[in-house]
Design a protein around this ligand. Structure first.
Ligand SMILES: Cc1cc2nc3c(=O)[nH]c(=O)nc-3n(C[C@H](O)[C@H](O)[C@H](O)COP(=O)(O)OP(=O)(O)OC[C@H]3O[C@@H](n4cnc5c(N)ncnc54)[C@H](O)[C@@H]3O)c2cc1C
Length: 167
């Protein structure tokens, strides 16, 4: 992990969340030479690190373990010198030019904040009102027929899809 070498407290951009979305943002901003800070409270790589085999990520025709994919994204961010702070974001003050991000490791400011804090996974079987359609992500129940493919949490997408399909 790229340590916060100097105790800097002001950045161009602060990114909250070190999952695929936050790391992607961080790779772009650090590579673009914006002074950036990514804040993650848990494992770098986010939720994808929990899955054994990711088979739908372009560039990995044989699939890749979620943990390894997270680690590769982390390495790519490190290559561009993205500093990562391991802390929990506890508060945000977004009014005014300088945005304030409060964490368990102190307060930081930035001109812009990217929130990539992910979604909370739902349980395994969220049956919808449409027979045979379950509001689950593709990895949660292999027996469930898929009606919706979406980036992010498939369960949320399916719940919305049901609304439109039945409405
Ligand atoms: C078991 C499982 C298997 C999966 N398998 C696949 C698959 O095979 N293919 C696929 O495409 N997708 C898969 N997914 C979905 C994939 O993991 C998510 O779509 C992806 O991780 C979303 O990325 P994200 O960066 O938006 O959010 P996340 O990965 O959720 O990252 C958000 C990060 O923000 C951090 N965070 C949140 N709040 C705070 C805070 N207050 N302070 C600091 N940090 C905070 C969290 O700790 C987390 O690390 C799977 C998900 C699960 C749970």
């Amino acid at each position: 992990m790229t340590e916060l070498s100097k105790k800097k407290s002001s950045y161009d951009i602060i990114i909250i969340g070190g999952g695929p979305a936050g790391l992607t943002a961080g790779i772009y901003t650090a590579r673009g030479r914006l002074s950036s800070l990514l804040i993650e409270r848990g494992l770098i790589g986010g939720l994808i690190t929990e899955t054994e085999l990711v088979e739908n990520f372009p560039g990995f025709p044989q699939g890749v373990s979620g943990f390894e994919l997270g680690e590769l994204m982390h390495q790519q961010a490190q290559k561009y010198g993205l500093p990562i702070l391991v802390a929990e974001v506890t508060g945000l003050k977004l009014k005014g030019k300088q945005k304030i991000v409060e964490t368990t490791e102190g307060s930081y400011s930035a001109r812009a904040v990217i929130i990539a804090s992910g979604a909370i996974p739902t349980n395994n079987k969220l049956e919808t009102a449409i027979p045979g359609i379950f509001a689950v992500g593709d990895v949660r129940a292999s027996s469930a027929r898929q009606a919706v493919v979406a980036a992010g949490d498939g369960a949320t997408a399916a719940i919305y899809a049901e609304k439109f399909l039945t409405g």
